[in-house]
Ligand binder design. Sequence first.
Ligand code: NAG
Ligand code: NAG
Ligand code: NAG
Ligand code: NAG
Length: 837
Amino acid sequence: MFQNRRFLLFIFISLSLKFSTSTDTITLLQPLQDGDILVSNKENFALGFFSPRNSSNKYVGIWYNKVSEQTVVWVANRDRPITNSSGILSVDETGNMVLHDKDQKFVFWSTNVTNIGNYSVSVQLLDSGNLILFQDRNRNAYSWQSFDYPSNTLLPGMKFGLDKKTGLNRVITSWKSNGNPGVGEYAYKMEFVGSTQLYLYKGKTRVWRTGSWTGHGWSGVPEMTQNFIFNVTYVNNNDEVYVGYLIRNSSIFSRLVINESGIVERLTWHEADRRWIGFWSAPKDQCDGYNECGPFGFCDLYKPGTFECNCLPGYEPQSPQDWYLRDGTRGCKRKVGAEICLPGAGFVELARVKIPDTSTTRVNMSLGLEACKESCHKNCTCVGYAVADISKEIGGCITWYKDMIDTRTFSYGGQSLYIRVDAAELAKYSSKKPSNSRRKALLYVGMPLIAVGLVVCIFILFYIKKKKANRRSRDVGVSFINSLKSVEGSFLEKDMGENVDLHVFDMSTIVAATDNFSLSSKLGEGGFGSVYKGTLLNGQEVAVKRLSQSSGQGMHEFKNEVTLIAKLQHRNLVRLLGYCFHTEEKMLVYEYLPNKGLDCFIFDQEKGSLLDWKKRFQIIRGIVRGLLYLHQDSRLRIIHRDLKASNILLDADLNPKISDFGMAKIFGGDQAEATTLRVVGTYGYMSPEYAMEGLFSVKSDVYSFGILVLEIISGRKNNSYYMESSVNLIGHVWDLWKQDRALEVVDTTLLGDSFDAHEVLRCIHVGILCVQELASDRPTMTDVAFMLSNRDTNLPSPNQPAFIFRKLNYGTDSTTASISGGVGSVYDETITILHAR
Ligand SMILES: *[C@@H]1O[C@H](CO)[C@@H](O)[C@H](O)[C@H]1NC(C)=O
Ligand SMILES: *[C@@H]1O[C@H](CO)[C@@H](O)[C@H](O)[C@H]1NC(C)=O
Ligand SMILES: *[C@@H]1O[C@H](CO)[C@@H](O)[C@H](O)[C@H]1NC(C)=O
Ligand SMILES: *[C@@H]1O[C@H](CO)[C@@H](O)[C@H](O)[C@H]1NC(C)=O
C-alpha cells in the first residue's frame, strides 16, 4: 500500500515536471531556461531559445508551433545575442521580464517597465502569438505585451499604429539579415501628419507609401481590402489610431513581414505544399517607388511603349530634357498661361489612383463629394481633392494646396483624384469623355459613319501594305523588327533584349518543317488561322500558327502577340519560340505539345475518362496559376479575352498550358476596365458586359474561367446544354445549386477513386462565383487561388449568374447577325463584334 502510494507520488511528480516545460506561463518560481519551450494553449505559437540559420547565437523568440518551417515572428534580444546556452528568461521582483545568463551577470534584454514590485507577476504566451506580462494574479491588468513591440512581423490581432494615451507608436523593422534578427534598416510605420498614412523607410528615406485609408483598405494596396478572408479594420478615436486585421478563420496562418530586402509581404501558410505563399507584396514595380515621378507627376505602367511618368492634367514636365531622358524626379509644373482662378476652371478626374501624399493636405470628414468639390473650387490655392473614405456616403474630403507627390495608377482598385485645371484644359477632357446621352447619340449617328470609315481604312491599309510588301519582300524580317521599334519605342527594345531566344524563322525553314503545310501536318484550325505541326532540322518539334490573311488579325495584333508572349514565361503558358514573317504571311512558332486542347478530352466520352477528378483539379489549379500570372504576377497586366477549353493545351503529363494570346491586350493606360470597339471572344465564354458593351477587365477573364471550370466538371459545353427549363449549362447548374443538388451536374466518368465530393462542390461553388452577373461580385484570380487552396474556408454565397446568351440581340451589325443564326455551329469560333463608343 505504502509502496503504491509512493509510486503514484513519483508518477505525479515526474508528470508535473514534464508538464512544466510545456506550459504557457513563466512565473517567479518557474523561469524558462535554454532548451525549455513555452507553448500557447491551443499550440499555435511557441516561445523559447533559438538560433537563426547559419548562426550559433541564441535569441529568445516566438515562432509558429504548427508550421513545419521554422518561422520566427518576434525576437526579444534582437541586438544582444547570447553566445552560449546559459540564458534564462524569468520575471523578477521588480515586476519585469528579464533575459539574463545563469550567473545573472549580464542582462541581454528586459521589458523595462516601471512597476510596483510584486510577486504575483506572470508571463503568458497567448494563442494569438502575444506574450503578455500580467501584473496581478487574476491576469486582468498587464504592464507589457509583445504585440506593442513588434519585430519584423505583423500578426492578426495586433494593433499597428499609435496609442494616444501612452504615445507608443508601433514600428515594424526588418531583420539585419537572414541570420541576424537585429534591427535592420527598413522600418514600416504609421504617420499622422495631414491624414494617416503608412510609410516604408530605408534608414531615413521613404521608399514606399501605403497611401491613405480609403475605408476599404489602403489606397496604395489594391490587393488587400476587406474581403471574406480578412477583416481589416482602421480605428481612429480619442484613444488610438491603428490598423488591424483578423483572419476570419483562425486556423489559417497569415502574417505580414518586412523582409531584409525591404519588401513588405503578406504570406499565408499552405499546409498541403508546406510553404508560405505570397498573397501580395510591395514595393512591386517602379511606380511603387516613393515620389518616382516628382511633384504633379503620376506613374502609370499600363501604357506600354511610353515613359511611366506622366504629368497630371494641366501640367507639363518641369524639364523636358530630363523627361526625355526618362528621369521623372523633377516632376511637372502648371502649363504656361493656365488660369486656374478664372471662371470656367474645373476639375478632371483621374480614376484608380493611389492619391498623392496627404501629409500636406487638409481633411474635413464632414463633407461629401459635392461639398468637397465646392470647397476646393472656392479656394484658388486648392489644386485638387479626393474623397477620404470611399466606403461612406459622406466620405469626407481631402484637399491639396501644395505639391501633389507620389501619385500612381492601378489597373484596378485605388480611388479617384480630382485635379484643378483651367477652362481650356477642361474643354479638352470633356470632349474626350462623352456624356451618357452623347454616347447614345454617337451609337446611332456614329455607327454608320464608323462602318464607312472602317471600310475606307481597310482599303487604304490593304493598298499600302501591298505596295510595301512588293517593295521590300527580301528583308522583311529586319523591317518588321524596325517597325516594332518605331511604334513601341524602347519599351519593346528592352523587353526583346531581355528575352533571350526569340527566333526569327525563315520561310524556307517553316516550309520544310511542315512539309509545305501539308494536310497531314495540320493540327487544327483556330480562330485566327491554322496550326501545323513541324519538325525542325535539329529534330525539335514545333507548332506553327499560320495566321490567315482573311482572319482580320492585322499587323497590330500580330505584333501584340509576339511581344506579349515573348515576355511571358510561366509553366502554365505555352511558350513562344519565334516567328516568321514573309510578305503577306505571318506565322508564330510555339513549343509543340503532344496532347491536344482540353476540349478534346473533357467533351469526349472516351478520352474524358483519362482525366479523373484529381487530374482535372490539377488542371483547374494550373489554369488558375497561369491566369494569375497574366493578371497579376507578370510585370504587365494582361487580359486574355478568349479563354476557352480549346485554348488550354495539355502537355505530355497533362499539365495545362494557356495558349493564344493574340487578343490579349495590355491594359490601356487610364483604364482598368477598358471599352473596345472590337469585341473578340468566343460565344459562350464571353461575360455579359463584354459581349454587350465591349467592356473588358480581368473580371471578364474570371467569367470565362468560371465557365471553363463548370465545363471541366460537367464534361459539357456551356451552350450545347439544353434542358427544358434552363437556357444553358450555367442556367442548369444554377437551378441545381439552388436546390442543393449541384453534384448532379458532375460528369459521370469522374465518379472514381479520386472523386472528392467536397472538393468538387467547392469548385462548382467557385465556378458559380466567377460567372455572377455583376463583374464586381466576381472574385479576382487571387481570391480564386486562395479559395481553391484553402479547402475549409467559408465561401460567400453567389448571386445570380449571367446566362444571357440566347437572349442576346446585337442589333444591326452584320458580323453578329450570323451569330444569332446558329448557336451550336459557331460555338467554338472566335468572333468579332463591333461597338460604337
Ligand atoms: C556564457 O557567456 C557569458 C558571457 O556572455 C559568460 O559570462 C558565461 O560564463 C558563459 N557561460 C558558460 C557556461 O560558458
Ligand atoms: C471585424 O473585426 C472587428 C474587431 O476588430 C469586429 O468588431 C467586427 O465585428 C469584425 N467584422 C466582421 C464582419 O467580422
Ligand atoms: C468642415 O466643413 C464644414 C462645412 O463647410 C465646416 O463647418 C467645418 O468647420 C469644417 N471643419 C473643419 C475642421 O475645417
Ligand atoms: C477553418 O479552416 C479549418 C481548416 O483549415 C476548417 O476545419 C474549419 O471548418 C474552417 N472554419 C470555417 C468557419 O470556415
